[in-house]
Design a protein. Structure first.
Length: 181
C-alpha cells in the first residue's frame, strides 16, 4: 500500500454509501469503516495512489454536503498506520508532543506531515471515540524535533480550521508517560 484516503461524514447512512462507492470505483481496501463520536462516520481506504485518489474523489461526489473533512495521502509514512491501529511500541519516551484536532482526517494528515518533517515517533493516536468527535496524536522524540513536528502538524490542522490545541512537554513525568502507553 502506498497511499491512504479518508472521508469523514456527519451522516452514518451516507458514510456507508461512501464506502460502497469507493470500493466499487477503484481497487482499494477498506482499512476502517465505522461510526465515530458524535454521530459521524469515517471510511479509510488504502491502495496505490491512483486508486485511492479515484476512490476518494468518487466518494466525495456522492453527498458533498455531509463531508466534514477528507484527505488523500500519497506515500503514507510507515509509522502512521500502526499508530492508527492502537499505538507504536517505543523503547524510550523523551519529550512528548500532543496535537489535538476537531476531526479524524485533520489528525491523521497532521501526524503524517509531522513525522515526515522531524525525527519523531507517534506513540498514540486516539480517533474520535468517546471524546466528542475530537482526535489527538502523541509523539515522542528530542525536544527540537517535537517542536518542529508539532509546528508542522499544528499548521496543517489550523489551515483547515480544525486545530484545538497543541503542547510540548520537554521532560514528562513517568506517571504521564505510563498513562500514554
Amino acid at each position: 500500500m502506498h497511499a491512504i484516503g479518508l472521508i469523514e461524514s456527519n451522516s452514518i447512512a451516507k458514510g456507508v454509501e461512501f464506502a460502497d462507492t469507493m470500493v466499487k470505483t477503484a481497487e482499494v481496501d477498506i482499512l476502517v469503516a465505522k461510526s465515530i463520536c458524535p454521530g459521524k462516520y469515517i471510511v479509510l481506504v488504502g491502495g496505490d495512489v491512483s486508486a485511492v485518489t479515484q476512490a476518494v474523489n468518487a466518494g466525495l461526489e456522492v453527498a458533498p454536503s455531509v463531508v466534514v473533512d477528507h484527505f488523500i495521502i500519497p506515500n503514507i509514512h510507515p509509522s502512521i498506520l500502526p499508530a492508527i491501529s492502537g499505538g507504536t511500541a517505543v523503547d524510550e519516551v523523551r519529550a512528548v508532543g500532543v496535537l489535538e484536532t476537531y476531526s479524524v482526517a485533520a489528525t491523521i494528515e497532521a501526524a503524517d506531515l509531522a513525522v515526515k518533517a522531524a525525527s519523531v515517533t507517534p506513540i498514540r493516536m486516539h480517533l474520535a471515540f468517546g471524546i466528542g468527535g475530537k482526535s489527538y496524536v502523541v509523539f515522542t522524540g528530542d525536544v527540537a524535533d517535537i517542536n518542529a513536528a508539532i509546528a508542522v502538524g499544528a499548521e496543517s490542522a489550523s489551515d483547515k480550521g480544525f486545530l484545538v490545541n497543541k503542547v510540548v512537554i520537554p521532560r514528562p513525568h513517568q506517571q504521564v508517560i505510563n498513562s500514554l502507553l
